[in-house]
Design a protein around this ligand. Structure first.
Ligand code: ATP
Ligand code: MN
Length: 463
């Protein structure tokens, strides 16, 4: 007998077929007429398939009538047209095999709706909920879109290392990687002797694959990385994780406007794919999580992002009449409240801020002719704030070296990065998109911990 997923069994085209359906019971309802309705979900889609189990089944009384939420089953039977509302098909069971029971006194996912906070404590069970199932399917869709977009645009996928010895720009606090016995690390002159560690030097989990991706952009042209990224920042916000997935395209012969154009097309593609390929899950988010989700995405797809120099943004913020918690002044980094004012109130659409003060941006960003600003760009979206950060890179050897020195970095430590500017240097650009921020934005989910299977945040790594 052919196995059908719930998504297939719900299609009209399956009517008349014998099928085997496997999944977990969501509900059981016994009818007076001598049969039971089972709602089965297998994760293939948000919806369940309805199964009609007749009292004539040999295990009807002994098993079927004891089924409850969470039990796992195999159903064999015929797919039929359904008279019921909300579905085209149902399955008339000729056999119900129970694989695993779930004691209703213990199984936490009963009818009652739990808070997202509570569900985080059950990371092993929360994927069985409607919300988390929808999140995971949309996360999958976004990941596929990312690959499709870049592959179709002629980019090569490169795998940059997870263990690294370069602290990219000091993008964030880093996690150390060592095989030392932490109780007794070898010491020399009172200090830890890293030359005796596994890699003969201090090593860390990567905070960004950018520096390595630049090597490949300066040889393959257009590349992207897509992998786990680690930041040991002790920030307990709804937008930060200690382990997240970052997509980082890097392109030779791209200037800042090319970079902005790419970022805008890229985000629109992700949003459009989610709406087109996950309509059921997106409708669910729109009903239960954030009533403006679909409308917001549609508006964004159909309009141009605002492009605004940092200096202009400061003027707008200063004359906004808003009472911000943090004061605004030229040369300071924008706080999330400022970013949100610009994208949510002032422009009500995504804003690409660019040309930031050199003093608040890393050494590798290209210095503008004014000498005070660098070719940085951040893409801000409503509710989430910064979703993309990027820049045109400094391709001039002398400028790069003086920027490094100004930031108390030793060019010798980055000799290979510096040499890219010595041998056939080219203008190039790139950016980083946090996958979770993208999924957060697409779904409307308020907390980034609820869009990744196993969130790592300060104090949390149980699962
Ligand atoms: P923020 O200012 O929001 O802390 P950032 O400027 O430190 O972010 P970048 O170094 O520019 O971040 O990283 C590029 C992108 O990676 C960000 O635009 C964001 O989408 C994502 N990102 C950065 N830090 C985190 C984090 N801790 N958790 C999840 N995503 C992150
Ligand atoms: Mn940034």
């Amino acid at each position: 007998m052919k196995k059908l997923s719930v998504v297939e069994a719900r299609k009209k085209s399956s009517i008349g077929h014998q099928a085997c359906i496997q999944g977990w019971v969501r509900t059981r309802r016994d009818s007076k007429g001598g049969f039971s309705f089972l709602e089965i979900n297998d994760g293939s889609c948000l919806a369940n398939v309805q199964v009609v189990a007749d009292a004539a089944l040999s295990n009807y009384e002994s098993e079927v009538q004891k089924l409850s939420a969470g039990c796992s089953v195999t159903i064999e039977g015929e797919v039929k047209a359904s008279q019921g509302q909300g579905q085209d098909t149902e399955v008339a069971a000729s056999k119900v095999i129970v694989h695993g029971w779930a004691d209703p006194n213990d199984y936490p996912l009963q009818k009652k709706r739990h808070s997202f906070e509570k569900l985080r404590e059950w990371a092993h069970l929360r994927p069985r909920t409607n919300t988390f199932g929808a999140v995971m399917r949309v996360r999958n869709c976004v990941s596929r879109s990312i690959h499709n977009f870049f592959q179709e645009e002629g980019f090569f996928y490169v795998h940059t290392p997870i263990i690294t010895s370069s602290d990219c720009e000091g993008a964030g606090e880093m996690f150390r990687v060592t095989t030392f016995n932490l109780e007794q690390p070898p010491k020399k002159d009172g200090k830890i002797d890293h030359s005796l560690d596994f890699f003969h030097r201090p090593t860390f989990l990567t905070v960004s694959g950018q520096l390595e991706a630049e090597i490949f952009a300066c040889s393959l042209g257009k590349v992207y990385t897509f992998g786990p990224t680690f930041r040991a920042e002790n920030s307990n916000t709804s937008r930060h994780l200690a382990e997240f997935w970052m997509v980082e395209p890097e392109m030779a012969f791209f200037e800042l406007v090319d970079n902005m154009d790419l970022a805008e097309r890229f985000l629109k593609r992700i949003f459009r794919d989610a709406l087109e390929q996950c309509p059921e899950d997106m409708a669910f988010f729109n009903e239960w999580v954030d009533k403006t989700t679909i409308e917001t995405l549609e508006k964004i797809i159909n309009s141009d992002f605002e492009r605004l120099p940092y200096t202009e943004a400061i003027k707008i913020l200063e004359s906004s009449g808003e009472s911000f918690e943090f004061p605004v002044s030229w040369g300071q980094d924008l706080q999330s409240e400022h970013e949100r004012y610009l994208t949510e109130k002032k422009f009500q659409k995504p804003v690409i801020l660019f040309d930031y003060p050199a003093g608040i941006k890393p050494f590798y960003m290209r210095v503008n002719d004014d000498g005070r600003t660098v070719r940085a760009m951040d893409v801000l979206v409503p509710k989430v704030g910064e979703i993309i950060g990027g820049s045109q890179r400094e391709e001039r050897l002398d400028m790069l070296e003086s920027r490094m020195k100004a930031q108390h970095l030793n060019p010798a430590d980055y000799w290979w990065y510096v040499e890219l500017r010595k041998f056939g240097s080219v203008p190039h650009s790139g950016f980083g998109l946090g996958l979770e921020r993208a999924v957060q934005f697409v779904s409307g989910m308020g907390n980034i911990r609820d869009v990744i299977p196993f969130p790592r945040t300060p104090g949390n790594a149980e699962f």
